[in-house]
Design a protein around this ligand. Structure first.
Ligand SMILES: [Zn+2]
Length: 514
């Protein structure tokens, strides 16, 4: 029922609305986007929509699912027309059923905004004077060169005051990239751990290339001694958090990129949460603790991590795919146990371009990985010595006695129990050792308080930041009907909160049985 799909024929909005109708819900909100007769001062006669369907459907489904979790809606759908459309046709339709009107409105708006922003769909307008042009420029992955090809670049030039749009024509021109590769980059999400010597070139090139979403993790503040190798930053910015400085640089370079800054150190508690939702993790850290944490995460979740390490004039690159057949970082470095065994930049010293070279190489391999192009393999390690300029490709073998692999493949201590639990009273739940977490908003909490002690972590907060909860905590999530708490418990479980449950049926069911 919760779907994103394309339609080549006219949309029957009445039928769509009936399909999305949920009698249990208090509200239904819908949005219709129409083909209008003008755009930026040009009279439009008709238009065509094209999509990169495979990626668009995947991203569209992700958006609808995010809306379901975020707003607790019961039914949501988005249908987008493709092909040739006439004036007045419905180009896109969004419909949402939710318990309350506020959630329905907000979920509807969220879906249409995100679809416009994230889903690879292009629009070609046909004008009264016979011209035509690809538009949607502010978000479009189509090359500007495309317009020139048609000789109609005058048809929809930007007003003088507008900021120029990102233009990927110089990479789309490569046969291996093309519009499909560009759409893949746009549909990708990468987490960059470390915004220092390696992270700076990595972030510059990923942002420049138009990777759709980038997360940046770095707990440090900029210091004057960083600048010889982190030349993106300015001396006057010393003392500021690198994660937010880097995020601002990414936004300035390419407003198409959705960027999130995390000013914290990756640790065992937050690693899984930070990496969730990203397709690829890039290790740009300078310490073993972080590298081995990411290695374990790769093995546990199967999420690929591309490692880069630099020492004085030398550096190396390794891809850990996170499966049981190929090498991990521990297979290659069984003895490295903690920081300090090998010095980092701070102690050992480094020439600025050295991390620059390896960061650039890491960015290159990341882009190729995201586009499915040949590159570094999981059974090899690239080692460059930048004094002699010699390069080596070593075999990285999966070691049978590898500790990290053994831990990741040994069976889980106990099967996770049911997500939803039913109690006859809150006292029973409390006696079972649960700490209550109220996920309702402040207004609901005030009008219908939970007796006794409970933590308050409203859904909107919980979705973005659950750091106030302990990973091992025994939590019972509570909302009015059990819908939101169920979705929240599901999400927290996926982030490693193993002892997290939802009160089935919510407070409503308790009242009914009381
Ligand atoms: Zn291993």
């Amino acid at each position: 029922m919760n779907t994103f799909r394309f339609s080549t024929g006219a949309l029957d909005t009445g039928a769509l609305q009936r399909e999305m109708r949920d009698e249990r819900c208090g509200g239904f909100a819908s949005f219709e986007g129409w083909v209008r007769n003008h755009n930026e001062g040009h009279a439009v006669t008709r238009l065509e929509y094209e999509a990169f369907v495979e990626l668009a459907e995947k991203e569209g489904a992700r958006i609808v699912e995010e809306a379901r979790v975020k707003y607790g809606v019961t039914r949501a759908a988005c249908v987008h027309r493709v092909g040739s459309l006439a004036l007045g046709d419905v180009a896109v339709w969004v419909g949402v059923s939710a318990a309350h009107r506020d959630e329905a409105f907000r979920a509807c708006r969220f879906i249409i905004d995100e679809v416009k922003h994230r889903v690879p769909i292009w629009k070609k307008e046909h004008y009264v004077n016979g011209d035509s042009g690809w538009v949607n420029c502010e978000r479009c992955a189509m090359p500007a060169a495309h317009e020139h090809e048609h000789g109609h670049d005058h048809a929809h030039h930007h007003p003088a005051h507008a900021q120029p749009s990102p233009d990927y024509s110089r990479q789309i021109a490569l046969r291996e990239v093309g519009t499909e590769g560009q759409a893949r980059l746009r549909g990708s999400s990468v987490l960059v751990v470390g915004a220092g010597g390696l992270g700076v070139p990595v972030l510059q090139y990923l942002a420049g290339a138009g990777v759709g979403r980038i997360g940046i993790v770095d707990a440090d503040r900029l210091e004057p001694s960083n600048l010889h190798r982190q030349t993106w930053y300015a001396l006057g910015e010393c003392g500021q958090e690198k994660s937010s400085l880097a995020a601002a640089r990414v936004r300035a370079l390419n407003p198409d990129v959705r960027v999130e800054a995390h000013a914290l150190r990756l640790d065992a508690h937050n690693a899984e949460r930070l990496c969730a939702g990203h397709d690829l993790i890039l290790d740009c850290s300078d310490n073993f603790t972080t590298k081995f944490l990411l290695n374990e995460l790769a093995l546990r979740t199967g999420k690929p991590v591309l490692f880069a390490s630099v020492y004085q004039y030398e550096g190396q690159l390794q891809l850990v795919r996170g499966d049981n057949a190929t090498a991990c970082l521990r297979c290659v470095w069984p003895e490295a146990t903690r920081d300090g065994l090998i010095g980092n930049c701070a102690e050992a010293g480094v020439l600025g371009p050295v991390p620059g070279v390896f960061g650039s190489l890491q960015a290159l391999e990341a882009l190729k990985l995201l586009m499915g192009l040949p590159g570094i393999k999981p059974d090899e390690m690239l080692i460059f010595d930048l004094v002699t300029l010699s390069t080596q490709r070593l075999r990285a073998r999966r070691m049978p006695e590898c500790e990290a692999h053994r831990r990741a493949t040994s069976p889980a201590p106990a099967a996770p129990e049911e997500l939803e639990m039913h109690f006859d009273s809150l006292a029973d739940a409390r006696n079972a050792g649960f700490v209550f977490v109220d996920v309702r908003d402040a207004r609901e909490r005030a009008t219908d308080p939970i007796p006794g002690e409970s933590l308050h972590l409203p859904m909107s907060k919980l979705l973005t930041d659950a750091t106030s909860l302990e990973l091992a905590g025994r939590y019972l999530l509570i909302c009015a009907t059990g819908k939101r708490s169920g979705a929240a418990a599901d999400l927290l479980r996926s982030q490693g909160f193993a002892e997290c449950r939802s009160l089935g049926g919510g407070l409503k069911r308790l009242k009914a049985s009381a």
